[in-house]
Design a protein around this ligand. Structure first.
Ligand code: FA5
Length: 346
């Protein structure tokens, strides 16, 4: 009996020494401590079989071995836990690690400003509309009071799409401005009407630091009873102050556009020199920014709106120029260059 107890103790210690995982630990623990079939339970049964005078001796011995195996198992468990936390240290992921290498993209500065403008106008009750970039000659010119013989067509030369002979299709042009959506919106929604139309426009012209062949505009139109130039100025000031986060001065100069009467060029006070004169404002203290005016009665009629009952203002601002001013960009062509060294600055 004594020999058997010794053998089981040695075997248990050997097996505990070999344990590598919590699963193995559990297996060995069951092997010795299981109440029904465990090795120690078997030894206790054997003690019951021995003569009464030997029972205390073997009983004490079995309890002693039971304690020794139990504490060897406890010690092994502590070692396993320590190893596990060492492994966790090895697998640790530093979530604060600088991931500059994998830079996420971002919105183009044009899109950023366009979204900002849309939010500002939405807050003043304007709808955001869209129109076709490939536009009919009719909406781009005719319906804006610019018939085919009109000299104003020269100011906005564009790219014409060749018609198929006898196709009966409308003559198409790459739109030169966002103004064609004025008449489209009037026809669709009638009066009263408040909308802005952001979008891309095209002109057949030589490029320089402030002119591109493809650029962005935002058209604005407000038609209601008793609309006056004061409404136009108020809306422009509100929009500029929201974009530049400071109060901005505006001024109107007479300007000619066949689809407005009277027409204006609207300038704003240069924010780079605060109106004192610099190279950006060409020493004038003012930046040319928006074509605008009161919608011409003929255009209202093209849109199906009675000019005796309704009046309105319209404007077309150069969004690309606004972006240049906001971020002090000195060459418009950079914006469409696709050059990441430029774009990553925004
Ligand atoms: C027009 O396009 C008129 N449709 C604006 C208008 C709308 C007037 C409603 C009255 C009522 P203009 O050609 O001036 O106007 O262009 C408007 C703005 O677009 C300019 O003030 C300027 O900011 C911008 N712009 C014009 N040409 C270019 C160009 N080549 N490159 C970049 N921006 C330009």
């Amino acid at each position: 009996m004594e020999l058997n107890i010794k053998k089981i103790k040695e075997q248990a210690f050997e097996e505990i020494e070999e344990i590598k995982s919590s699963e193995e630990w559990q297996e060995i623990r069951n092997k010795y401590f299981s109440r029904k079939s465990g090795e120690l339970a078997k030894l206790i049964k054997d003690v019951k079989e021995v003569s009464d005078d030997l029972k205390p001796k073997f009983g004490t011995l079995v309890n002693q071995v039971k304690e020794e195996i139990g504490s060897a198992l406890d010690q092994k468990w502590a070692e396993l836990e320590k190893d596990q936390s060492k492994n966790l240290d090895k697998d640790f992921i530093d979530v604060t690690l600088n991931i500059d290498k994998y830079k996420l993209g971002h919105l183009h500065p044009m899109t950023q400003i366009q979204t900002e403008l849309e939010d500002i106008f939405k807050s003043m009750g304007f709808m955001i509309l869209d129109g076709p970039e490939l536009e009919s000659d009719y909406y781009n010119f005719e319906a804006l009071n610019i018939p085919s013989w009109h000299p104003a067509r020269d100011a906005q030369d564009t790219f014409y799409v060749e018609e198929l002979p006898n196709s009966g299709k409308e003559k198409l042009v790459l739109r030169t401005h966002t103004s064609p959506v004025q008449v489209r919106a009037m026809q669709k929604y009638g009066a009263p009407l408040r909308c802005v139309v952001p979008g891309r426009v095209f002109r057949n012209e030589a490029t320089d630091a402030s002119h591109d062949h493809t650029f962005y505009q935002l058209e604005g139109l407000m038609i209601d009873k008793d609309i006056s130039i004061a409404n136009l100025v108020a809306v422009m000031k509100e929009m500029l102050s929201a974009i530049f986060k400071q109060e901005v001065k505006v001024r109107l100069r007479p300007g000619y556009f066949p689809f407005v009467e009277p027409g204006f060029e609207l300038d704003f006070g240069c924010l780079i020199c605060q109106g004192n004169g610099c190279s950006v404002c060409k020493q004038t203290g003012w930046i040319e920014f928006v074509g605008s005016g009161m919608v011409h009665p003929n255009v209202l009629k093209y849109g199906g709106i009675d000019p005796d009952k309704w009046s309105g203002f319209a404007f077309g601002l150069g969004t690309t120029r606004l972006v240049m001013m906001k971020y002090s960009i000195d060459d418009i062509r950079l914006l469409q260059s696709g050059d990441l060294r430029f774009l990553n600055q925004f």
